[in-house]
Design a protein around this ligand. Sequence first.
Ligand SMILES: Nc1nc2c(c(=O)[nH]1)N[C@H]1C(S)=C(S)[C@@H](COP(=O)(O)O)O[C@H]1N2
Ligand SMILES: [Mo]
Length: 354
Amino acid sequence: MATDLTADISHEELQLAARNHALPLEALRHEITPVGLHYLLTHFDIPYVDVDMWRLEIGGLVERPLALTLDDVKARASRTLAVTLECAGNGRALLVPRRHSQPWLMEAVGTAEWTGTPLAPILEEAGVLESALEVVFTGLDRGIQGEDPHLYERSLTLEDALRDEVLLAYAINGQPLPPQHGFPLRLLVPGWYGMTHVKWLQSITVVDEPFIGYQQSVAYHVRQSEDETGEPIKRILPRSLMVPPGIPEFPARMRHLEPGPCVLEGRAWSGRGAIERVEVSVDGGESWEDADVGEPVSEFAWHGWTYRWEAEPGEYELCCRATDAAGNSQPMSAEWNFDGFCNNAVQRVPVIVS
Ligand SMILES: Nc1nc2c(c(=O)[nH]1)N[C@H]1C(S)=C(S)[C@@H](COP(=O)(O)O)O[C@H]1N2
Ligand SMILES: [Mo]
């Protein structure tokens, strides 16, 4: 299916796909994604940072502006949290017609153990003024998207920024952040889609008006046409993915499996509540059975799931579907939108058992 939809892949899309990469689905076996297998998305260029020169500036509507070195940040209270990140554009390339942007199929996800310091005490120390409305997070990377050149910047309401789990992270899986994941410091807002987690942080600015930068007010909205504002994207919708069973054909990646007992396994997550149920279908979604769902790695990370299948000779389309505690589930087919965001339609894995 994917092969047909993306047959006319453009040079522009290929260029982006070669810079950024997804999680190879077999890596879903790792509860914590090894760093090089975690998906990656960078809009502009990866900045080169001289950490001796680098400072994190905290300013705007605060009583005491701060400028912290990386050592200052590391000297503060530290917290390590396993967090599942997913790009809001995950599933984009499976939409027809599709916006030319990073052409994700469905694997733009990963779960890492991020270590950092909670943001709230830093804001308290700076002394946020009464008039504060939002907090703007600014990266070091600059480029042109839409009309004008801009730094990559996103905001959170003061209330969201002060949540306990919001971290300024300087390590991933126990190692300093590599350049591509935001060295020396990035924002982490567990439960929210990828664009929120600003990499290469250089400043945090408290403001008294809604932030209207491009990456906040134009990009990352679910809209039906370019002239519409649409709805801003926030928390991750539920999704489940399976490790494709058997062995792949090269280059088509069609799966081949021997008859007999087969344990299907995968991960499921949502930024809107724990996963309550994962169902598996071996007939393209005609009939479903419950998988066994494990405990999540953390409150903000995916759950593992397994399903025992007695594979008999034939051709099958395997599917999985997650439902979260808030009752959100995955649609069988994608709900189209202009920029190709939030496509959490069920995965379909054709297999030949012989
Ligand atoms: N400064 C900066 N932060 C950024 C981005 C970016 O281009 N620049 N991309 C965002 C998007 S769209 C995603 S999906 C995540 C990807 O994080 P990762 O590359 O560490 O997986 O980073 C976010 N933070
Ligand atoms: Mo993203």
